[in-house]
Design a protein around this ligand. Structure first.
Ligand SMILES: NC(=O)c1ccc[n+]([C@@H]2O[C@H](COP(=O)([O-])OP(=O)(O)OC[C@H]3O[C@@H](n4cnc5c(N)ncnc54)[C@H](OP(=O)(O)O)[C@@H]3O)[C@@H](O)[C@H]2O)c1
Length: 554
């Protein structure tokens, strides 16, 4: 998709202001301000000129078409190996950009390509994707290929052509290819990610078609699908772009650098992605420290479903960068935690994992060592150098410490008996609180209460519970506010909510309005983060940095 291009053209998002390219008939195509995103890095870290690109994707017909026209520009970044950090792979970052009025533009290759390519501050990749490969071009095939050949003659650096016509196209340009011009031959699978053997055969076919660079784009049904694409990019004989589309495929895009992918894509803004699961270039660069990823980078992450909302990558990646640690922390959208650990079993993969809904308990089964605290849920997992997985619950102390108030002798009511509930109940009991666990499913409340020497009740029973002065109420259910406590004298309590998106939940807002002391879920995140960071890295956590980041982003 930018990878096929056409989706970007349908977006209504607007590009950040920057220079524009003036085309004929008073039309213009706005470019983003490239300096903001790329040049400061080049100046401060590499002192090199950017090697790559402006990139035009026209996913529709030529001037004779009345239908929508799409033009896509891609900015390709410096190879990471030139970043000055040493040892990086040469993966390029390619950013599909688009004009705000693209849908109204009449794109005429002979007239417009010259301007587009010559105006590009960076090298150019041109794709003109037909409907039969997931694009929107429905016109004459010869005209389409003519446009690609024209782009080559006009100085485009890369052409992306589909495997089905690659032989024909490559034969047609034989002996006419400029020195710095390369043909990317691509294949898109919108249903699944085939076996390693099938993918290997596919890359062999692409190579045999005369490709300079192979591009294999598949669809993810499970996060483990990405492992097969990693295998392909590492073992291909020619430079290969490997992308797994969809939210579960995000790691295939971020870890291109680790596994030798030739190029990865990052959208200029969230609303302008050109393929499902595509991150923004900003997130790649700033959230995931894309430039710092190398083949030997340790991969950590948070395992959950859903997981995209987690702020842990923000905290950990900033912390890794601040001390120059060769590690990255990702969102792992996992359906089957056992399959995940069985597939990603290398020592430098999933080397430190936080664990959240709904896997805190299921993850226990994958551990090689027994949970020393035995509360039946895991917060963090560390892979030892021999590959074995060890659960940790040290961040339990962090959870209860997050409350910030002395707990000894206090009544501590935990709503919920899942992973977060267990952490808090255990931590509060350790600190000498009298624990009450109220949960929708009484059996789970009872099991937890028995473990921590507390009392169990259902959420309905809690509605009639008589609170006492100084009581701490901690919500760890996954609902915004349950049970309703409108009429309870909250002013006598300290109310804590484990939820941190949003930071101020309805429960906390109402508790605050009634005069109760409130503690945000971000406190738990930060305090657990301190402990997890120590577990994963052996280093003390940069506490001030964590706090500053949460202040800024919560
Ligand atoms: N601030 C932090 O650092 C932090 C850390 C971890 C988690 N959290 C947050 O805490 C919340 C829970 O996470 P978790 O890992 O504990 O999840 P979990 O293990 O899946 O447990 C969910 C809990 O919520 C209860 N629940 C779910 N739906 C409910 C409903 N409709 N009505 C009443 N109760 C319901 C469940 O009750 P049953 O037993 O009856 O199913 C269970 O007790 C999430 O919002 C998560 O983001 C925050």
């Amino acid at each position: 998709m930018s990878e096929h291009g056409w989706r970007t053209g349908t977006s209504t998002g607007t590009a950040p202001s920057g220079p524009s390219i003036t085309l004929s008939k008073g039309r213009s195509l706005k470019l983003p301000n490239l300096n903001n995103m790329f040049l400061p890095f080049f100046r401060s870290e590499s002192h090199q000129r950017p090697t790559a690109t402006f990139n035009s994707w026209a996913a529709d017909n030529c001037s004779d078409s009345k239908s929508h026209q799409y033009i896509h520009l891609n900015v390709m970044d410096l190879p990471t190996g030139m970043s000055g950090t040493g040892g990086g792979s040469p993966t390029l970052l390619c950013t599909p950009l688009m004009g705000t009025t693209v849908d109204q533009m009449e794109f005429d290759p002979p007239r417009d390509l010259d301007v587009l390519i010559k105006s590009s501050p960076l090298p150019t990749l041109v794709t003109y994707r037909p409907v039969w490969e997931g694009g929107q071009y429905e016109g004459d095939e010869k005209k389409r290929q003519d446009a690609l050949r024209l782009a080559m003659q006009l100085g485009a650096n890369y052409i992306d052509v589909e495997l089905e016509v690659a032989h024909e196209f490559n034969n047609s340009i034989q002996g006419r290819k400029p020195d710095d011009f390369k043909v990317i031959v691509s294949s898109h699978n919108f249903h699944n990610t085939p076996s390693i053997e099938a993918l290997g055969n596919l890359v062999a076919r692409i190579q045999a078609s005369g490709a300079d660079i192979a591009k294999v784009v598949t669809t993810t049904l499970d996060i483990t699908d990405c492992s097969r694409i990693f295998h392909i990019t590492i073992h291909s004989q020619i430079p290969t772009i490997g992308i797994v589309m969809g939210e579960r495929g995000l790691i295939s895009r971020i870890l291109s650098l680790k596994f030798g992918g030739f190029l990865t894509y990052g959208a200029l803004e969230a609303g302008a992605i050109s393929a499902p699961g595509q991150p923004t270039a900003k997130d790649l660069l700033e959230l995931y420290n894309f430039r710092l990823i190398r083949p030997d980078t340790k991969v950590n992450g948070i395992i959950g479903k859903p997981v995209g909302h987690s702020k842990s990558p923000l905290l950990f990646n900033a912390a890794f960068k601040s001390v120059g640690l060769n590690a990255v922390y990702l969102h792992f959208l996992v359906d089957d935690v056992e399959k995940f650990f069985n597939t990603y079993s290398a020592v430098d993969f999933a080397s430190g994992c936080s664990c959240t809904i709904p896997h805190k308990e299921a993850a226990l089964k994958c551990m090689d060592e027994i949970d020393p605290i035995k509360i039946g849920a895991i917060n963090d997992i560390v892979r030892r150098p021999d590959g074995t997985l060890t659960p940790f619950n040290r961040s339990l102390n962090g959870s209860a410490t997050a409350i910030g108030s002395p707990l000894a002798g206090k009544l501590f009511v935990v709503l919920g008996a899942g992973g977060a509930g267990k952490s808090l109940a255990y931590g509060a009991a350790q600190k000498g609180a009298r624990v009450v666990v109220a949960n929708r499913t009484f059996k789970r409340a009872k099991e937890l209460a028995d473990k921590v020497g507390g009392q169990a009740m259902t959420l309905e029973e809690f509605e009639h519970f008589h609170p006492e002065e100084g009581m701490v109420l901690a919500n760890t259910t996954s609902v915004g506010m349950k049970p309703k406590i409108d009429d309870t004298p909250l002013s006598k309590c300290l109310v804590f909510d484990a939820i941190y998106t949003p930071k101020l939940t309805r429960l906390l807002r109402e508790a605050r309005d009634s005069g109760a002391v409130i503690v945000y879920g971000t406190e738990m995140l930060i305090h657990q983060g301190f402990e997890q960071y120590k577990n994963f890295t052996g280093l003390p956590a940069p506490e001030d940095l964590f706090r500053q980041l949460m202040e800024k982003h919560a």
